[in-house]
Design a protein around this ligand. Sequence first.
Ligand SMILES: NC(=O)c1ccc[n+]([C@@H]2O[C@H](COP(=O)([O-])OP(=O)(O)OC[C@H]3O[C@@H](n4cnc5c(N)ncnc54)[C@H](OP(=O)(O)O)[C@@H]3O)[C@@H](O)[C@H]2O)c1
Length: 219
Amino acid sequence: MRIGILGTGTLAAALGEGWARAGHEVALGGRSQVKAEKLAERLGHSMLAVPPREVVIGRDAVLLAVSWDGVEDTLNSVGASDGVLDGTPLIDPTNAVAHGVGTLLTGYGESMAGRIARLAPGARVVKAFHLFPADQWTSPPNGGQSHVTVAMCGDDETALHVVGELVRDVGGIPATLGALDRVRQLEEVAGFVIGLAFAGFDPNSAVPQVPSVDRRTSS
Ligand SMILES: NC(=O)c1ccc[n+]([C@@H]2O[C@H](COP(=O)([O-])OP(=O)(O)OC[C@H]3O[C@@H](n4cnc5c(N)ncnc54)[C@H](OP(=O)(O)O)[C@@H]3O)[C@@H](O)[C@H]2O)c1
């Protein structure tokens, strides 16, 4: 695939490296061209550093790897309101949560993915990759022996399929929770995990071990 990454920070580096290693062409860019070039050089794998507008043109998927409060500026800088992302799977990994507390910073009932969908008309927004720390995709615990489930929300089946493949390419198992009208629930989970972790509790111990239902035999 031809993948574009907006952002040059920790998550951009981790997923960019993972996808390039899986054989995809990765182009990345952010508000600092110098940072984009340094990151591309550091990661190797023929990674391209390009201006933000070029990151989004002609891509099979675009990852929006910027801080939640930089989302609007970033999408404006690529001309998202003009429809440049129309038809493109746009991955939203953002966490608009208070640092160390976990409360959501979006308005009551609002979601980041919904906001992104409004700022980028026509984009096929998929919420994914927001729950695990970035190094899950480069140096997973147990050497990657235990696969993690990446819960996703999105309205477009084709985009969910594309993002699901990108999840598999970095060692995850994709799981669609529902459409974008359910995404606030997924964003709240990040706040739940962060809140408990910073309070000194293992978030994994706060959810019951419920057996999964085999949908092939449950009907
Ligand atoms: N790191 C993780 O483990 C992790 C895991 C899951 C989800 N996430 C989410 O992924 C996103 C990126 O996280 P990160 O850890 O990669 O953050 P990071 O290392 O701090 O990088 C943030 C990126 O956002 C850019 N940015 C910030 N404000 C901006 C603005 N106003 N306009 C344009 N660009 C702006 C930064 O550009 P400059 O360098 O020029 O400031 C940088 O490229 C966040 O929404 C985060 O919640 C991160």
